[in-house]
Design a protein around this ligand. Structure first.
Ligand SMILES: C[S@@+](CC[C@H](N)C(=O)[O-])C[C@H]1O[C@@H](n2cnc3c(N)ncnc32)[C@H](O)[C@@H]1O
Length: 256
C-alpha cells in the first residue's frame, strides 16, 4: 500500500493481535457475571468504587478463598471496554464502580437484568459451536450449533429445562426494558389492533406489556414452541390465547 508507514503497520499489527485475543473480552464479561460482580459493586444503589479484594469479600465471604489479583485482571480488562470505571486512589490502589453499561447487569426490582443474556450466550453448548463457523461456509446445510451438539438450538433447549429457563429469562431481561421504552416513547402502532400475534414471543412479556398499555388489544397470541409457552406466565385480566406450534398441528388453549 502506498500510504503505509511504520506507524500504520505497527497499528495494524496491534489491531490483529487485539482481534486474535478478542475472546478474552466476552469471557471476562461472562466471568464477572458468574461471580456476580455487578450486584456486589452496585450494592443496592451505592455503586461506591471497591477494590478487587473488597469485591471478592462481597462475592465470596470465605476467609480463605479467592484470588483478588485474578479478579483485578478481569476488572481491568472490562474497564477498558467501558463496563467498569477504574479509580486509582492515593495509595495507588485500584477501585472499580459500574458505568451505565455495567449497570445493565444489575438485577432490577423485577428481578431482571442483562446478566442472563450474557450467561445464555456463553453456555458450553453455544461456545462449542463457534469454532465451527467456517463449516457453515463449506457446508451451509448444518448449522454450527447442530454440528457441535447433534441438533438445532431450540430443540436442544426444549429438552433441557434449565437451558430453556435461561433462554426465557435472558429474553425477558432484554425485551422488557426495550418494550417499556417503545411504549413509554409514545409508539402508537398498536392503536386499533384487536388481535395481536407475537411470533416467537418467548415468555410473553412483550404481549403482556402491550395488552396492559392498549386495552383495545383483546386477544393476544403468543406463538412459540410448546415447551416455551408452557413456562410463559398467564396474562392477568384480558382474554389471552396461547398457541403453540407443536408441529405438525397447532394446539390452542386459553391461558386465563
Ligand atoms: C430470540 S427469541 C425471541 C424473544 C422474544 N421475541 C422476546 O422479545 O422476548 C426467539 C424465540 O423464537 C422461538 N422459536 C424458535 N423456533 C420457533 C418455531 N419454529 N416456532 C415458533 N417459535 C419458535 C424461541 O422459542 C424463542 O422464544
Amino acid at each position: 500500500m502506498e500510504d503505509e508507514t511504520v506507524e500504520s503497520r505497527n497499528q495494524a499489527r496491534l489491531k490483529i493481535l487485539e482481534l486474535a485475543n478478542m475472546i478474552s473480552v466476552p469471557m471476562s464479561l461472562n466471568a464477572a457475571v458468574r461471580l456476580k460482580v455487578p450486584d456486589a459493586i452496585w450494592s443496592g444503589g451505592s455503586n461506591v468504587p471497591l477494590s478487587a479484594a473488597q469485591i471478592l469479600t462481597e462475592i465470596r465471604p470465605l476467609p480463605s478463598g479467592g484470588d483478588a489479583e485474578n479478579l483485578q485482571r478481569i476488572l481491568r480488562m472490562l474497564a477498558s471496554y467501558g463496563v467498569f470505571e477504574e479509580h486509582v486512589v492515593g495509595t495507588g490502589e485500584r477501585r472499580y464502580s459500574l458505568t451505565d453499561v455495567g449497570r445493565t447487569l444489575v438485577t432490577d426490582a423485577d428481578g431482571l437484568s442483562y446478566a442472563d443474556y450474557v450467561l445464555q450466550h456463553h453456555q458450553d453448548e453455544l461456545v462449542r459451536a463457534w469454532p465451527l463457523v467456517h463449516e457453515a461456509v463449506l457446508d451451509p446445510m448444518v448449522e454450527p450449533f447442530a454440528r457441535a451438539n447433534g441438533e438445532p438450538a431450540y430443540s436442544f433447549y426444549g429438552k433441557r429445562p434449565q437451558m430453556n429457563k435461561l433462554m426465557q429469562s435472558a429474553m425477558s431481561g432484554v425485551s422488557v426494558p426495550f418494550m417499556k421504552a417503545i411504549l413509554d416513547g409514545g409508539y402508537n402502532g398498536f392503536a386499533g389492533v384487536k388481535r395481536l400475534v407475537d411470533v416467537g414471543g418467548s415468555a410473553g412479556d412483550c404481549l403482556r406489556m402491550i395488552m396492559q398499555k392498549h386495552p383495545s388489544v383483546t386477544e393476544g397470541i403468543n406463538f412459540d414452541l410448546p415447551e416455551v409457552v408452557a413456562k410463559a406466565a398467564t396474562i392477568p385480566g384480558g382474554l389471552m390465547w396461547v398457541v403453540t406450534c407443536s408441529s405438525p398441528s397447532l394446539l390452542v388453549m386459553p391461558s386465563s
